[in-house]
Design a protein around this ligand. Sequence first.
Ligand code: GNR
Ligand code: NI
Length: 188
Amino acid sequence: MAILPIIEAPDPRLKQISAPVTAFDDALKALVADMFETMYDAPGIGLAAIQVGVAKRVLVIDLQPDDPDAEPVPCNHDGHHHHHQPTLKEPRVFINPVLSDPSDELTVYSEGCLSVPDIYADVERPSRVRAQWQDLDGNHHDEVIEGLLATCLQHEMDHLEGILFIDHLSRLKRGMALKKLEKARRAA
Ligand code: GNR
Ligand code: NI
């Protein structure tokens, strides 16, 4: 297991189109394990393989990365005892994902990206999509996905096509984001 370096914009590797996975072997399992470790360390809720320099159609997502600073939640019926209840990890792997049947309904979410650090901007995407994908054993899955998972999955799918969330912004806003990124990099 290893935490891998995350590639940042405007690195041209992020514009590559990723290739389908054909071998569901130990190397793929090792890549996915490293991607989870890298994503939890960052921390982020999703990661595409190209963000660690591997141009393969592999995504990992966990909307509930165990957060030690999570808000305490009331867990007794009387509501008086509030104690810390860590969120449970919910790791999901999507290999060779295909999205279809986008809903007409759209959802706006203030997105961020580990490859575009410290930049956040509203992006509008279909609220629901049909997703078909394979798991680590090559088994096929088919589900309608909604909510934050739909937003995140569409963000990750874009990475497989060489698209970043800032590519959905107006030229002006994208220019401002890239300038801010360049400035932060010069200061670092
Ligand atoms: O950690 C992440 N948060 C996020 C927030 C809103 C929409 C998408 C994301 S994915 C992002 C991690 C990342 O860059 N994945 O490619
Ligand atoms: Ni991203």
